[in-house]
Design a protein. Sequence first.
Length: 339
Amino acid sequence: MSNHAGRKASIQFSSNPRFPPVASPSLRERIGDWIFPPKGPEIGPVVLGQRRVYILPTGGGLMFGVTILLMLVGSINYNLSLGYVLVFLLTGNGMVSMLHTWRNLARIAVRPGKAAPVFAGELAGFRVQVENPGSLSRMSLAIQLPGRQPEYFDVAAGASKEVEVRTPAAMRGRLYPGRLRIFTTYPLGLFYAWSVVDLDMYCLIYPKPEPGNISLPPAQSASAEGSANGTGEDDFDGLRTFHPGDSPRRIAWKAFARNEIFLSKQFSGSAAAELWLDFGGIPNALGVEAKLSRLARWVIESEAAGLRYGLRLPGSDYDPDSGAAHRDRCLQALALYKS
């Protein structure tokens, strides 16, 4: 995934009632963003070296330290030898816990994965590949998007793990996840080690298909003007009276020369019907976004019906075709359309 100009390092959140309200950033997150401001997206695997992993005591860790301090004061006041032993033992355990918490996160590699396109109003999923090159398993790691619930996972020694984090997709276009926070409190929860990565990735958001029963525009024959009437193009099957809308190419000119009556040629076989989904053919009263939603609905229904369909947008045309690749190409054009 390439870097794009004007990239927004933020997440678009939806007001859709299907999604729960988004929590505001915590004090730790706000302080971390102030100390470590955004530097732009990073391409390729990001290795969390010793200069990228930060550690602070958790709330439980602070209470643990206060408790040890009170125990030390009591041991000094009452000259308790066993109190000293317990204080030093717990202090040592705390220091070892801090080392294990930092080591649990250090030197892992994080690389962006693929994000499957979704429709507006759905949840966009961002896949992140986490690689553990070390000889020790990494336990109880977590990846979190700003304001979202974290995703917890483990990574075995010498293995990799794909983790997907989700966020609401409110609007069509490219949705960038912004900065991801990867953290751990393993093994005792006394310390919080974290790192912030800004991976070069995005999710393509298609327009939300218009609800309701919306009829498709009339289809046209692949080799003639006017609406497709179900007749084929394979074998000549006789003549009929010319009707307004018939293609001039179907007029039987030899028969007209004989009796001066316009007749149209009929053919038997399967009709190669195709239709055009035209942005300009939709009433302007709907607005741009409503037009794109209707076109998205038509693209999905045309593909499901097995029709050959083309897409016309201001400034660009997509020739009639069918298949999943053509459907995705049309939906991508609708997602990235700029009025």
